[in-house]
Design a protein around this ligand. Structure first.
Ligand code: 1GP
Length: 254
């Protein structure tokens, strides 16, 4: 399924390492499900989570957001609609460039590993089929320009973020995302705390084509509305989905 970003206003981030609410029906009002988390995530629990949310009656697109290339496999790429790879502007080099090269190296590394054993093809045919498969898989990987603004979060710890950006720096990162790097997504990440609309307002000034996502501490209709009114294309709700399904439902715009 292609992700129609123009139709995405509400995103749910599902952490594969956390228990799912008993009623997954609450997800039917969301526009996109992101599967990913920082701690205790494995390829196996990513696949289990993708399968669980795929079983929803409403067809909601699924984006895998891996922290490590170990969470990504041919299966996860094939079962998700896309795989979004964060490029953290205020993280260390590994989290802007290093992990991406590692991931694409994994995807491109061995035709036989990607095609699997027992494929009844030989020689050049295997190589050309494998190259086509690698290209198909790589086309599902999309970059996300990221600023991680909650320094006490697991995301900041993992990406080695030591500095919170000022609104001017957030605006600069947004501008670079749109006009220089060309990533389709820019993400203001306050994971675990509510950052308010200021950074979103700063980023929105420079984004025409790029989808602007805000995530962090959204647990009410008021916060959701404030962030959307500030110019975010969509809000991302994580903890509240796992912890308080009733409040989660309130975050879905009517
Ligand atoms: C986390 O931005 C998302 O990556 C959502 O944050 O868990 O605080 O809702 P919360």
């Amino acid at each position: 399924m292609d992700i129609d970003w123009d139709a995405v206003t509400h995103v749910t981030k599902v952490d594969p390492a956390k228990p799912l609410p008993s009623d997954l029906g609450v997800l039917e009002g969301t526009d996109l499900i992101v599967v990913g988390g920082s701690d205790d995530v494995t390829e196996a629990n990513v696949l289990e989570t993708i399968d669980a949310v795929r079983s929803l009656e409403a067809a909601v697109p699924i984006l895998q957001e891996p922290y490590s290339s170990a969470h990504v496999s041919r299966e996860t790429i094939e079962r998700a609609d896309a795989v979004a790879v964060p490029a953290v502007y205020n993280g260390d080099r590994e989290h802007f460039v290093g992990k991406h090269l590692e991931l694409f190296t994994e995807v491109g590394r061995k035709p036989d590993a990607l095609l699997g054993a027992g494929v009844p093809l030989v020689g050049d045919v295997v190589t050309s089929r494998a190259e086509g498969l690698v290209t198909d898989l790589a086309s599902k990987l999309v970059g996300e320009g990221y600023v991680v603004q909650h320094l006490e979060s697991a995301a900041a710890d993992r990406a080695r973020v030591e500095e919170r950006f000022t609104p001017d720096q957030v605006a600069g990162a947004a501008l670079a995302t749109e006009s220089f790097y060309g990533f389709p997504i820019f993400y203001v990440e306050y994971s675990g705390t509510y950052g308010g609309p200021e950074d979103v307002e700063a980023a929105a000034r420079y984004l025409e084509e790029t989808t602007l996502l805000y995530g962090g501490g959204i647990d009410s209709a008021e916060k959701a509305e404030a962030i959307l009114a500030a110019g975010a294309d969509a809000i991302v709700v994580g903890d509240c989905f796992h912890d308080d399904p009733d409040a989660f439902c309130e975050t879905i715009p009517r």
